[in-house]
Design a protein around this ligand. Structure first.
Ligand code: GUN
Length: 284
């Protein structure tokens, strides 16, 4: 079997066009456009690329993009001061602090300082708690993007055995909550899991978010399974690959997301979507 490739780039583009139309309508009605502030601390090269892409996507949607760049030596207080300033700015609807932050910064404390109604990453305890209670408000962008891709492809996770690889707060945990909310039977595998390949072999749906290049082997994939690859790993050669051995897995899966061009573009589209949702929440 050769898998159907889920074209995240095309789905993301369609969503972004829809959002752009809604933002144009706001502008035409004389409303201020939604504003998204992105805070980056330090010079991590991957983060710089992600932040630049978020900035370009925000502007392309007709929204206002505010960039706050802090040096790698910034103190906890300096970062908290920037967040407080953005919390108080009525023209800012969404705030995102790009992770990872330098080691002198307590990332969790910074995230908790973001006003809950502006937390477009959905990482704040209240927003994650609402997702756990099945009444999500602002949802973490990457898992939300995964769910949108399934919806676009007409894939219903209800009753599926879903295996999430990775237990991060950004991907694994919220992805498991999203899938559970849709009726999947969810297993989360992590570094201490016994027989991880055995779990994957039984999975109807796999979300791979562990950050290990081509870790998931093709022969672990159950024929016809849905494979969502969240990994973005740069090999020494410069090639970017996911957490799944794509060439082999795509011979067995029913559906698979490529890297690049799969989940990555969806994360950005959902961030723009969340910014519009935050704007609506704040102006409701
Ligand atoms: N670093 C990697 N992914 C993300 C994300 O979705 N949000 C933020 N803020 N940082 C990240």
């Amino acid at each position: 079997m050769t898998a159907k490739v889920i074209d995240g780039k095309a789905i993301a583009q369609a969503l972004r066009e829809e959002i752009k139309t809604q933002v144009s309508a706001l502008r035409e009605a004389g409303q201020r456009p939604p504003g998204l502030a992105v805070v980056i601390v330090g010079e991590d090269p991957a983060s710089q690329i992600y932040v630049r892409n978020k900035h370009l996507a925000t502007e392309a949607a007709g929204m206002r993009s505010i960039m706050k760049v802090l040096p790698a030596t910034a103190s906890q207080q300096q970062v908290l001061d920037v967040v407080a300033e953005l919390n108080a700015d009525a023209t800012v609807d969404g705030i995102l602090v790009q992770l990872p932050v330098p080691k002198q910064i307590d990332g969790a404390a910074v995230i908790d300082a973001i006003a809950v109604e502006k937390d477009v990453d959905g990482f704040n305890p209240e927003n994650l708690g609402l997702l756990a209670q099945r009444t999500p408000r602002l949802r973490p962008c990457t898992p939300y993007g995964c769910m949108k891709m399934l919806e676009f492809e007409g894939i219903n996770p209800a009753g599926m055995d879903a295996v999430v690889l990775g237990q991060s707060n950004i991907v694994g945990r919220p992805a498991a909550l999203e899938l559970l909310m849709k009726g999947a039977t969810v297993t989360i595998c992590h570094s201490r899991t016994k027989d991880l390949p055995g779990h994957v072999r039984r999975a109807d749906l796999i979300v791979a978010g562990i950050g290990k290049p081509e870790f998931v082997q093709g022969d672990w994939i159950k024929p016809g399974a849905v494979v969502l690859d969240v990994g973005i790993n740069r090999l020494p050669s410069g090639k970017v690959v996911g957490d799944v051995d794509y060439a082999a897995a795509s011979q067995r899966a029913g559906y698979i997301t490529p890297v690049p061009g799969g989940v990555g573009p969806m994360t950005i589209a959902m961030l723009i979507q969340n910014t519009l949702e935050a704007y609506r929440l704040r102006n409701a």
